[in-house]
Design a protein around this ligand. Structure first.
Ligand SMILES: Nc1ncnc2c1ncn2[C@@H]1O[C@H](COP(=O)(O)OP(=O)(O)O)[C@@H](O)[C@H]1O
Ligand SMILES: [Mg+2]
Length: 265
């Protein structure tokens, strides 16, 4: 349903961030994109919604080739791609409710967006989503009063209220403590399952990726070097993706944290 065909990105600086990446993501599939800093994870998801323009190759969302669209068609298609960011990207001085509703800006008219008068059905949906992520009581709070985990929950609601076909998630937990990170990863994966949503989750924390997804893509220097289930990530494979490190310790840690995750759930 989302397909990348020979996707290449070479930045003006000459950095080859993506080297002919091929990737097929069926409807409803959640995958983790892992790899060291600089591997091309952010570039890959940004080339999908063309926040970064690919140098060559194709990106298909269903029957639409995103890489060919005019700016106005692209604006419309971007509604189908919800994005969640590491630093949340909330408007600090607006309320939680206003931040969630800003996810509808791609749908409402210009004047409506200026006055921020949203249809009642959007407001109702925003309340439903806030309730689902446990933030109903915070709807009127300003974004700058929230903790990191709460901010990311708002970011999740803002992406979901777009009613997207796919979620593009860039390091959602990199600014959070370990326990909150697990809660946020679990929440994103549960919501995708509930809604049959596909997602690409960029995450450098291997253990966290392994806990929650069925498919892992390993990226190294802009090329896919692993595509398979989390338990196929042997120390050799991890070394291929990340370079030399003692992976036995990380793999043991995954087993421990699995038990801990079950205890929290
Ligand atoms: N705006 C940019 N201009 C030039 N080079 C960039 C830019 N953004 C990223 N790069 C380069 O592209 C490569 C991949 O970066 P990035 O996609 O940010 O990787 P990751 O998200 O995995 O850390 C790196 O070599 C990085 O330096
Ligand atoms: Mg990145």
């Amino acid at each position: 349903m989302l397909r990348l065909d020979k996707l290449v990105k070479t930045y003006k600086t000459g950095d080859q961030a993506l080297k002919a990446v091929e990737l097929d993501i069926p409807n409803g599939q959640v995958l983790a994109l892992i790899g060291p800093s600089g591997a091309g994870k952010s570039t890959l998801i940004r080339c999908i919604n063309r926040l970064v323009e690919p140098t060559s190759g194709e990106v298909w969302l269903g029957d639409t080739e995103l890489t060919r669209l005019s700016p106005s068609r692209l604006r419309r298609e971007r509604r189908r791609m919800g994005m969640i960011f590491q630093e949340y990207a909330l408007v600090e001085r607006l309320t939680v409710m206003e931040n969630v509703l800003s996810g509808r800006l791609g749908y409402v008219g210009f004047w409506q967006s200026l006055t921020r008068r949203f249809p009642q059905k959007d407001v109702d949906e925003a309340f439903r989503l806030l309730d689902r992520v446990g933030l109903l009581h915070m709807a009127d709070k300003r974004a700058d009063e929230l903790s990191g985990g709460q901010r990311q929950r708002v970011g999740i609601c803002r992406a979901l209220i777009q009613d997207p076909a796919v979620l593009l998630v860039d390091e959602p937990t990199a600014s959070l403590d370990p326990k909150t990170s697990r809660q946020i990863m679990r929440l994103i994966c549960e919501l995708c399952a509930e809604r049959g949503l596909a997602a690409i989750i960029n995450i450098h924390d291997v253990a966290l990726a392994q806990m929650f997804v069925q498919r892992v893509i390993g990226l190294r220097l802009g090329a896919v070097v692993y595509d398979g289930p989390p338990d196929g990530l042997t120390p050799d494979k991890l070394t291929e993706i990340y370079g030399e490190e003692d992976w036995e310790a990380t793999i043991d840690k995954v087993d421990d944290e699995d038990e801990e995750a079950e205890a929290i759930a």
